[in-house]
Design a protein around this ligand. Structure first.
Ligand SMILES: Cc1cc2nc3c(=O)[nH]c(=O)nc-3n(C[C@H](O)[C@H](O)[C@H](O)COP(=O)(O)O)c2cc1C
Length: 202
């Protein structure tokens, strides 16, 4: 086996190991506001659900490349504490990618990507109409470990496009939603159409 000692390895190697191998990862397209109310949107694949009582999501946000400065998403959430997580399917993949551009602070990526803003219900950052699933969140806690900021958010509201969940039992309907997974490197993704069922042992 190739073995790596992460006690001494460079962050660039850690990135290859962690993001190249821990795959696929879901993608959170996150909207937030700065203190002046300017809109920001950016994707994060250091993201997942971490609990349901209450509903918790976590984002892992690094520095702006080549700096020790937090990315806008982390700075905005530190200042205003609210954000919206949008799930990403193939229909909005290209626009999500535009939002990952390292624009200067204050640039509205929703506009840059040609997305349509939609008012949220309980938080101030807008939602993205083209996404099929939106989670309105408030920052609960933040862990700063080295240059990583783990933003722990409580989900206050979830919005799911019609046709994805059965309204009678709230189960996701087979074949109704295919979020993308992020794979290795800077540009590899996977579709999630190829699924199989395995029931849990009783
Ligand atoms: C699919 C995808 C996933 C990404 N995941 C992360 C991530 O988990 N953490 C991170 O710091 N940057 C991640 N990035 C890079 C950010 O999206 C990028 O740095 C963005 O410009 C940050 O924007 P902001 O400064 O407006 O927050 C990802 C990019 C893409 C395309």
């Amino acid at each position: 086996m190739l073995s790596f000692d992460l006690r001494t390895s460079a962050p660039t190697l850690n990135y290859k190991i962690m993001t190249g191998l821990i795959t696929p990862r879901p993608i959170a397209l996150v909207t937030s506001l700065d203190v002046d109310g300017r809109v920001n949107a950016a994707p994060f694949s250091y993201f997942n659900a971490f609990g349901t009582d209450p509903a918790i999501v976590v984002l892992g946000v690094g520095n702006r490349p080549g700096t020790k400065v937090a990315k806008d998403t982390a700075a905005n959430i530190a200042a205003t504490h609210e954000f919206v997580v949008h799930l990403v399917d193939e229909a909005i993949a290209q626009q999500m990618n535009v939002c990952s551009t390292e624009f200067p602070h204050g640039v509205n990526e929703i506009e840059q990507a040609g997305f349509t803003p939609l008012a949220s219900v309980v938080v101030k950052p807008p939602r993205i109409a083209e996404s099929a699933v939106h989670f309105e969140c408030v920052e609960d806690q933040r862990l700063v470990i080295g240059n990583n900021r783990l933003i722990i958010g409580r989900v206050l509201m979830a919005h799911v496009r019609e046709g994805i969940m059965d309204p009678a039992n709230q189960h996701v309907i087979d074949g109704a939603f295919y979020p993308l997974g992020r794979m290795h490197g800077r540009g590899w993704y996977t579709r999630t159409e190829d699924q199989f069922e395995m029931n849990r042992p009783v």
